[in-house]
Design a protein around this ligand. Structure first.
Ligand SMILES: Nc1ncnc2c1ncn2[C@@H]1O[C@H](COP(=O)(O)OP(=O)(O)O)[C@@H](O)[C@H]1O
Ligand SMILES: Cc1cn([C@H]2C[C@H](O)[C@@H](COP(=O)(O)O)O2)c(=O)[nH]c1=O
Length: 203
């Protein structure tokens, strides 16, 4: 039975790197993979880029509002000689809720496993639409760990603009676009940065 998996973690937890290695593992055994990325993630254009330098070409770059199951079907139909075993989705937090429903159909009706990699929460510690729907529908969950500056496990993503941490703004701001950067922090360090930026306040 094909499954829908959600592997989530803060930024820098190795999600893209794991996707690229997973694709390689399947392909080296002759098992076809389909790599998907939301087009809103303009970093790397139609490539999945990992910080360590690994990269993989995206097969389906999906726009918001488009039917992801139909685009996956069209990709498969154009390659009748190949046998596809898994769909690998990077930056799945950016997918529409409907697109996660479509991936559920790919797993359950089309019998192709789907592994989604993505952030649990945004810089305000609120869920993205794609991750929220994945937590409702996925069969399996795996948290990928990364480290905070203090050595604890990082759970949150702090955004800085022009070098200063910010706690308001649009949900989507792509890494490296303009003067936006991020740091993965544990809960304690996230709250410290928030208190320094806004003054002591309730979470
Ligand atoms: N030059 C490098 N060589 C090897 N590993 C690196 C390098 N730069 C960053 N990394 C590691 O890569 C990991 C981040 O991988 P990545 O797939 O980009 O994460 P994510 O997609 O979750 O943001 C971190 O563990 C980081 O320490
Ligand atoms: C927290 C947060 C992140 N983003 C963007 C920034 C990056 O382009 C991606 C995450 O990439 P990674 O592979 O997990 O490092 O998401 C955003 O738009 N809004 C946010 O709040």
């Amino acid at each position: 039975m094909a499954k829908l998996h959600f592997k989530y973690g803060a930024m820098n937890s190795g999600k893209s790197d794991t996707l690229i290695k997973t694709a390689y593992n399947y392909e080296e055994r002759g098992l076809g993979t389909i790599t998907v990325k939301p087009a809103v993630d303009t970093k790397g254009e139609d490539w999945v880029l990992a910080r360590g330098g690994a990269k993989r070409r995206v097969d389906v770059l999906i726009e918001s509002g488009h039917d992801l199951r139909e685009e996956i079907k069209a990709f498969i139909a154009a390659r009748p000689e190949r046998n596809f075993h898994v769909v690998l989705v990077d930056e799945s937090q950016f997918l529409d809720r409907d697109q996660i429903d479509q991936l559920f159909l790919v797993a359950k009706n089309d019998q192709i496993s789907v592994i989604c990699y993505g952030l649990r929460t945004d810089f305000l510690a609120c869920q993205f639409p794609g991750s929220s729907r994945l937590f409702e529908l996925a069969d399996n969950f795996e948290k990928l760990p990364t480290m905070c500056r203090c050595g604890s496990q990082a759970e949150f993503n702090c955004r800085s603009v022009n070098g200063a941490f910010v706690f308001e703004g649009d949900q989507v701001a792509i890494d490296g676009a303009g003067r936006v950067t991020y740091e993965s922090l544990c809960g304690t360090c996230y709250l410290d940065e928030k208190a320094q930026a806004l003054g002591p306040a309730l979470f």
